[in-house]
Design a protein around this ligand. Structure first.
Ligand SMILES: Cc1cc2nc3c(=O)[nH]c(=O)nc-3n(C[C@H](O)[C@H](O)[C@H](O)COP(=O)(O)OP(=O)(O)OC[C@H]3O[C@@H](n4cnc5c(N)ncnc54)[C@H](O)[C@@H]3O)c2cc1C
Length: 430
């Protein structure tokens, strides 16, 4: 068991926290230091960038305001998915077929790259193969069927298959969904184990990691060098990566307007008495709701169920609301005990594609994974490192997406989004 720790930036203590084992502590920065690159944010994106920069011999300092993983990376659903958050058929409409193909291929590289890193660095994170997507309305069934054909025929992706209602019910242990897709080319893992392993690997490679070290202000001074102010010191660096995702606040105001924080919540049960009655094949699952329900079993047979979003800071009775959603799928779980309930902040963008930009010279931002960052974050951190160490402009396809700012600017976007999301959430019930 790890020591009791409650994230100061995310509500509730997660089951991941209680099952990760020993977590190394990294010292807070006391005094002033210099580095080639300063990485702000100790989630998957920042740690991957720090790891790959350090492996290439770059002097890198990473500052994390809380503890590594206290943002989304240590508290999420752990599902990889396939491709980007948008399906390729939607991306073709938005960005044209060639770029859509490249973006899909990038996400496949991301999957392979994460497995490679885990293997190379000896990170054991309970990876399990398989993911199913579920149609909660009959009107999505044809779309699901077309999606499976599209991936097989146009994207040479042979691992995803359409499932009719009966097969879906068998794989889920419940007949409430109309159809499904089964993807055996992806999977899910324990995100905090991955996070802790990435931290250890980055440190071993020579990155200097500091927890409890919030960057309070960033200014560009003489010679174009960046000065980052913390409570007890400064970091001077030629380049800065902001990997703060939903937690960046207004540290860099230009990019803040492009990324919006949304709360998402998960609750976990005690180990199920009859685990074979729920997801007997141990796949992860998500559904077609706008306010998506996502769930899977842990390696020790608990149900981890995410299913509620909030667009304000209130978290309410997380477990109570999630219990109702669980019982609507598996009525036999009406008395199951929930041991943990927690939330985290997802960073979304208008088109639900990552925001990759250099809003000021030498200052890059990678954020806005829109609930699809478990495998992409690691890859984008690695591509960022590659870009700085001479592998070329590997992030070009994402940098040129021109993600628009949210309407209403950083002040009005929250109430406007609240209205829009409430409308979509209502549509889930129709
Ligand atoms: C409940 C939940 C469920 C999710 N489920 C899934 C899923 O199943 N599959 C999937 O693909 N994605 C999922 N996601 C999204 C995924 O977790 C994120 O895309 C990913 O973890 C983002 O990683 P990151 O490193 O970019 O950001 P984060 O992990 O959020 O890290 C940002 C860090 O920056 C730090 N920071 C911010 N400002 C400063 C500052 N000024 N100085 C220093 N540090 C600072 C924060 O403290 C934080 O630790 C989920 C997210 C949540 C919240």
């Amino acid at each position: 068991m790890s020591e009791a720790h409650q994230s100061p930036i995310s509500p509730g203590r997660s089951w991941y926290e209680d099952s990760v084992g020993e977590r190394a502590r990294y010292p807070s920065l006391d005094g002033s230091t210099r580095a080639d690159v300063l990485v702000v944010g100790g989630g998957f994106t920042g740690l991957s960038a720090a790891l790959h920069l350090a492996r290439a011999g770059v002097d890198v300092v990473l500052c994390e305001a809380a503890r590594l993983g206290d943002g989304a990376s240590g508290r999420n659903g752990g599902q990889f998915g396939t491709g980007q958050r948008r399906w390729p058929e939607e991306m073709e409409d938005l960005y044209g077929p060639e770029r859509a193909r490249r973006l899909f291929a990038m996400a496949e590289d991301a999957k392979a790259g994460l497995h490679e890193t885990m293997l190379r660095e000896g990170i054991e994170a309970d990876f399990r193969p398989g993911q199913i997507s579920l149609a909660h309305r009959a009107r999505y069934v044809d779309e699901f069927r077309r999606h499976a054909d599209w991936l097989a025929e146009r994207y040479d992706y042979p691992h995803l298959r359409f499932m009719d209602r009966e097969e879906t019910a068998g794989r889920l242990g419940s007949g409430v969904y109309h159809a499904g897709l089964r993807d055996v080319g992806t999977g899910h893992l324990h995100p905090m184990k991955l996070l802790v392993g990435l931290g250890r690997a980055a440190r071993r490679a020579g990155a200097r990691l500091h927890e409890d070290t919030k960057i309070e202000a960033l200014t560009r001074g003489e010679g174009g060098l960046w000065q980052a102010r913390t409570a007890r010191g400064t970091v001077t660096a030629a380049r800065v990566l902001l990997a703060t995702n939903a937690h960046g606040g207004r540290l860099e105001p230009k990019s803040a307007a492009h990324v919006m924080p949304i709360r998402s919540f998960i609750a976990s049960t005690e180990p199920l008495a009859e685990p074979h009655r729920v997801l007997p094949g141990n796949e992860a699952a998500d559904d077609s709701r706008f306010v998506v329900r996502y769930f899977r079993k842990s390696a020790d047979g608990r149900l981890l169920f995410g299913g509620r979003e909030a667009y304000t800071s209130a978290s309410g009775d997380i477990a109570g609301q999630i219990r109702r959603q669980v019982v609507s799928i598996w009525p036999h779980l009406s008395d199951v005990r929930f041991t943990h309930a927690w939330g985290g902040s997802v960073a979304v963008t208008m088109p639900r594609m990552p925001y990759v930009a250099e809003p000021q010279p030498g200052l890059d931002v990678i954020a806005g994974f829109s609930g699809h960052g478990v495998m992409l974050t690691h890859w984008l951190g690695r591509l960022y490192a590659g870009r700085l160490t001479g592998e070329g402009e590997t992030l070009a396809d994402l940098r040129d997406l021109d993600i628009p700012a949210f309407p209403g600017g950083t002040w009005l976007r929250a109430p406007l989004l609240f209205l829009a999301m409430t409308w979509y959430a209502l549509r889930d019930r129709l």
